[in-house]
Design a protein around this ligand. Structure first.
Ligand code: GLU
Length: 415
């Protein structure tokens, strides 16, 4: 696995803030890694074990927080990176959580709904001692959704013997999830995109955008761009490949085509492209919104976009990031660009604890305020210190996490 971009940025930020190697080491190491094999009885009666884990990175600023993914590629090193990103992400947007991430090594497409339900309940049973509304609050991530969260909430409440809505976020509205949560990562990303377009004075209209990924996050942003005449979506992909039309894709028709044919390929008046080709298109804005490690030393030289917005977690490796920096292509880092999801997760948790629910306009208004406050701070630091947006975001979040650790007496030895 290549070094992720965030580790290089965290090191630079730590050096600029004169942090010792011992402190940096502490900040890079998770507090706890919990692993279990989850036994699931398949519909045919056979029992299969699925390796599962939860990595709790840092809780200096509040309960651990982060999603749980179901994916055949899940491994401990990857989940450690993702857990750490959650710590820095929550600190950038200044919400009272630490960072965690969980995963189950499974191809969920191979399981029935009942098998998935048993696996999800098994996850809660395996980790129940370590998770909870004041301890560690799970949420959806890749291949998990509001139904997964509903099962988790139900299982946790069953074990504890009373109703605990605040145990997970990203629940269905009917089970007191938050209005606006489903679209929150995409909407938060759109607020940051608008801010960056203005900051980098990209005056061309319409702005051509390519999105890698049409899941909840990438697909949500595609729909938002379709409503804003300043932007034109020219390319989008799913895990099998993508489509490209330089004059623009009709967003609603793309979704209809995928729904009826099960694929993006063959969409009218567009070219079929691979995911690798999408990353190298001549567009104004490139938005990786799928998996990790998409832009590396192998392809960063071929990226033609003028701005990159990381809606996925960890889509660019350290060597890819260094090349983009040298080429002067600004990258809006994941810990800022995709923080809208966890921000509204915080609103959901707060609403659950109060038992008092907000209208969607209030949720979105508060989200906008949080995202813009964080985005403007990151821009200011990057201009003042003459560093990339990624290093600026780490300077901001590192100071916040570090301060919390010092005040708690958990980190010593810097001036
Ligand atoms: N999985 C999402 C992320 O990576 C959301 C996490 C959450 O809401 O806790 O940011």
């Amino acid at each position: 696995m290549e070094q992720p971009a965030y580790q290089a940025a965290l090191k630079s930020a730590a050096q600029m803030l004169s942090r010792s190697d011992a402190e940096l080491d502490k900040l890079m190491t998770p507090d706890r890694i919990i692993q279990a094999d989850i036994a699931v009885q398949l519909d045919g009666g056979e029992t299969v074990f699925f390796p599962a884990l939860r990595v709790q990175h840092n809780s200096a600023r509040g309960p651990y927080k982060g999603g749980i993914r179901f994916h055949s590629q899940v491994d401990v090193d990857e989940v450690k990176i993702l857990a750490s990103l959650m710590t820095w992400k929550c600190a950038v947007v200044d919400i009272p959580f630490g960072g965690a991430k969980g995963g189950v090594k499974v191809d969920p497409k191979k399981l029935s709904q009942l098998e998935l339900e048993r696996l999800t309940r098994g996850y809660v049973q395996a980790f129940v001692k370590h998770i909870g509304p004041n301890q560690d609050v799970p949420a959806p991530d890749i291949n998990t959704n509001e139904q997964t969260m509903a099962w988790m909430m139900d299982e946790y409440s069953r074990i504890k013997g009373h109703q605990m809505h605040d145990f997970v976020t990203g629940k269905p509205i009917a089970l007191f999830g938050s209005k606006g949560r489903e679209l929150a990562t995409s909407l938060g990303g759109k607020f940051i995109l608008d801010l960056m377009i203005e900051h980098f004075k990209i005056t061309k209209r319409p702005i051509q955008v390519a999105i890698q990924g049409i899941g909840n996050v990438g697909g949500g942003l595609a729909k938002l761009l379709g409503l804003d005449p300043r932007y034109k979506l020219v390319a989008i992909s799913d895990s099998q490949g993508g489509i490209y039309r330089p004059t623009g894709l009709e967003v609603a028709e793309v979704f209809e085509h995928k729904k009826t044919t099960g694929s993006l390929a063959g969409f009218h008046y567009s070219h079929d492209i691979t995911n690798a080709e999408l990353l190298e298109l001549d567009v104004d804005v490139l938005i990786p919104a799928a998996l990790e490690d998409q832009i590396t030393a192998d392809n960063a030289d071929h990226v033609k976009a003028k701005l990159i917005l990381e809606l996925a977690n960890n889509p660019i490796t350290a060597s890819g990031d260094a090349i983009l920096n040298n080429r002067g292509i600004p990258v809006v880092p994941d810990i800022l660009a995709n923080a809208g999801g966890v921000t509204v997760s915080y609103f959901e948790w707060a609403q659950n604890r109060q038992g008092w629910y907000w209208e969607e306009g209030e949720v979105n208004g508060r989200l906008q305020k949080s995202m813009l406050a964080a985005g403007q701070k990151v821009i200011k630091i990057s201009e003042e210190k003459k560093v990339s947006l990624r290093v600026a975001a780490f300077l901001l979040s590192l100071e916040r996490v570090d301060q919390a650790m010092h005040l708690r007496g958990k980190l010593v030895g810097h001036n």
